[in-house]
Structure formats: C-alpha cells, structure tokens
Ligand binder design. Structure first.
Ligand code: FAQ
Length: 311
C-alpha cells in the first residue's frame, strides 16, 4: 500500500505537479523539507546579525537606510520560510528550540565576522549572489509553499546583490585605502561563500534523493561552478582580484577551474567551531529570552480580545 502511494507520489513529481500541504507525501520527503526549509529560515534570521553590526556605522544616511531595509528584508524572508515549514506540521516554537539547542543548522557563512564597511559590499555581492544562485532554482522546487515563498525572496535578494556590488564598485574607484579595504573584504569572504553551496556532491548525503524528489534542481557542485563562472567575470568590472591563484578559464570545459576548498574549515564551522558560532547563537538566545514579555503580552491581549468578542 505504502509502496503504491510512494510510486504515485514519484509519478506526480516526475510530471512536475506541485505537492501541496494536504497531499499525501512520504514521511522522509516531509522531514527533508522541514530540515531544509527551517535551516534556510534560521539562516535568514541569523544572517541579520553580521550586517546588523554595521547599521549604526554606515558611512552616510543613504547607505544606512539601504542597509536597514536589507536587514529587514532578511527578517521577512525568515518569517515566510517559517510559515512554509509550518505547513509541514512543525510548530515555530519547535523550530526555534532546534536552533537554540544547536540541533538545527544554519548557513556556515554567518559564522564569520564583519570587520569593515567593505564587508557589507562583499556580503551583498558574494553571499547574496550565492544565495540567489541556489534559490532561483528553488522557485521550481516540488513543494508548493516553499516554491512560492522563493519567488519574492529572490526578487529581494537580487536587489541585495546589486547594492553589495555597488558598494564594492564605489570603494574600488575610491582612494587607495578604500580599494585595499574592498580587496581585503573579498579575500576574507570568497572561500566561505564558495562553501555555502555545501559539501562536494560525492560527500553530500542528501543530494541524490533531493534531486529525485525535485526538491533540489541542481547539485551543490553544479551551483558552485555557475557561481564561480559569474564571479570570475564580475570581478573584472571591479578591477580587483579573487583570492585564488588557480582560478583560470578552461577552454575545454567552458568553465573556470578553481583551487582546492578547505573542507576541514567547512566541517569545523558546521560543527560549531567557526569564529563567531557562539556569539551568533548567544545573540539569538538572548533575543528570544528578552522577547518573552512581548510574547506573553501579545497572548494575553489576544485572549482578552477573544473573551470580549465571545461575550
Ligand atoms: N552551512 O547533503 P547536503 C542567505 C549541511 S540564505 C551549514 O549537501 P542538502 C540569504 C546540510 O544541512 C543561505 N550547513 O545537504 C542571506 C546537511 O546537514 P543535515 C541559506 C550546511 O540540504 C544573504 C549536511 O551539511 N540558504 O544566505 C551547509 O541537500 C545575506 C550535508 O549537506 C539555504 O538554506 C552550509 N553551507 O544541501 C541572508 C538554501 N551546506 O541537515 C542574510 C536552501 C550543507 O543533514 C544575508 N538550502 N550543510 O544535518 C539548500 O539548498 C540545501 O539545504 C544546501 C545543502 C545546498 C544548503
């Protein structure tokens, strides 16, 4: 019986029919989506912290307003994604609990510090750039609520990517110190951005099944290669360099070759040993605890309102 259902489910996927919350789905499909969507949501929420660090120090009012809007967009993305995950039968409180206890992951990239204003440029160009590369195909992911959430998220991420590139472009045309600051930010963010796409395909336990279910449309390595190819061209406009001596156009493959990735660093960061893991989680836990009175007040208000309406 279960086997027949699974076969019918796979046939729907193969025919590109979207799966909706009330449709039958294999338990493993549900769990994979809860894992991926909730970790994606956590990444957006934790991802507010490195840039939040620079809101009060933006170089002028225009830059401050743009950065503030970008960080607010990230909060919005996190909330959409939590809502999409809730349609799979997990509560928001459970997801927060998994984040705070360290059970759920969030993107490795947000465990690196933001040391200068140029980091806002590098995050926009590289981190949002990598996020878009990964998320545009997710607009066609097989689970309806996730796919629909991604449409608006991708539009906003495109704006984020451009504002980052524009910060770097301005710095790259500035004084020698500003150029150096932009180059230093690219040097520090390049490799961690490359790692955002996840482990190499032959070390990615989830890719094969997620591709079969069309949750993922491209493998980690395919997306990483597309990202490298685009950045290798865009850096020419900045007249700066990507910190990889092996980055070279390969006529035969029609792609850029790139140097070895430090996978040890990647697994260390994921295991909680990156430069800012503790700081990031502590900040989230503190925000959760400090917000307890707001949640209590909102619930009390809702309860009183419901009582009044019932009278
Ligand atoms: N960091 O078998 P795979 C953003 C984990 S949003 C941490 O390949 P999968 C916006 C993975 O979870 C950025 N953990 O896994 C923004 C799994 O562990 P688990 C977030 C990672 O799921 C910009 C294990 O390694 N985007 O940046 C990472 O098939 C600027 C084995 O890996 C998304 O979440 C990593 N980098 O493929 C915000 C997109 N990579 O769970 C603020 C949606 C892998 O089994 C500022 N997610 N792991 O314990 C995906 O597309 C996929 O989940 C992948 C990983 C591609 C990330």
């Amino acid at each position: 019986m279960e086997k027949d259902m699974e076969q019918m489910f796979q046939e729907r996927i193969d025919k590109e029919i979207r799966i909706e919350p009330k449709d039958w789905m294999p338990e493993k499909y549900r769990q994979t989506l809860i894992r991926q969507i909730s970790q994606h949501a956590h990444s957006e929420i934790i991802g507010m912290l490195p840039e939040g660090n620079w809101i009060t120090r933006a170089p002028n009012l225009r830059r401050k307003a743009i950065l503030l809007a970008k960080v607010q967009d990230e909060a919005g993305h996190g909330l959409y994604l939590y809502s999409a995950a809730e349609t799979l039968g997990i509560s928001r409180d459970e997801m927060y609990e998994q984040l705070h206890s360290g059970k759920a992951k969030y993107s490795s990239i947000f465990n690196y510090p933001t040391l200068s204003w140029a980091d806002m440029g590098a995050i926009g160009w590289l981190v949002d750039g990598a996020a878009i590369m990964n998320q545009v195909p997710l607009c066609r992911t097989s689970y309806g609520p996730y796919a629909r959430a991604m449409v608006r998220v991708c539009k906003e991420e495109s704006f984020h990517q451009r504002q980052g590139f524009e910060i770097l472009l301005t710095l790259s045309r500035g004084t020698e110190a500003q150029r150096r600051m932009a180059q230093d930010a690219i040097n520090r963010w390049w490799w961690p951005s490359i790692m955002m796409f996840g482990p190499k395909d032959d070390e990615s336990p989830n890719t094969i099944q997620s591709m079969k279910w069309k949750i993922k449309r491209f493998t980690n390595d395919e997306l990483r290669q597309k990202f490298v190819d685009i950045c290798a061209e865009q850096i020419k406009i900045l007249n700066l360099t990507i910190p990889d001596p092996d980055l070279k156009w390969n006529e035969t493959t029609g792609h850029y070759d790139f140097g070895p990735i430090n996978w040890d660093e990647f697994w260390q960061v994921i295991a909680g040993n990156g430069p800012c893991n503790k700081q990031r989680l502590d900040a989230r836990k503190k925000a959760w605890e400090d917000g307890a009175w707001v949640r209590e007040a909102a619930s009390a208000h809702a309860r009183k309102r419901a009582e009044r309406l019932a009278q």
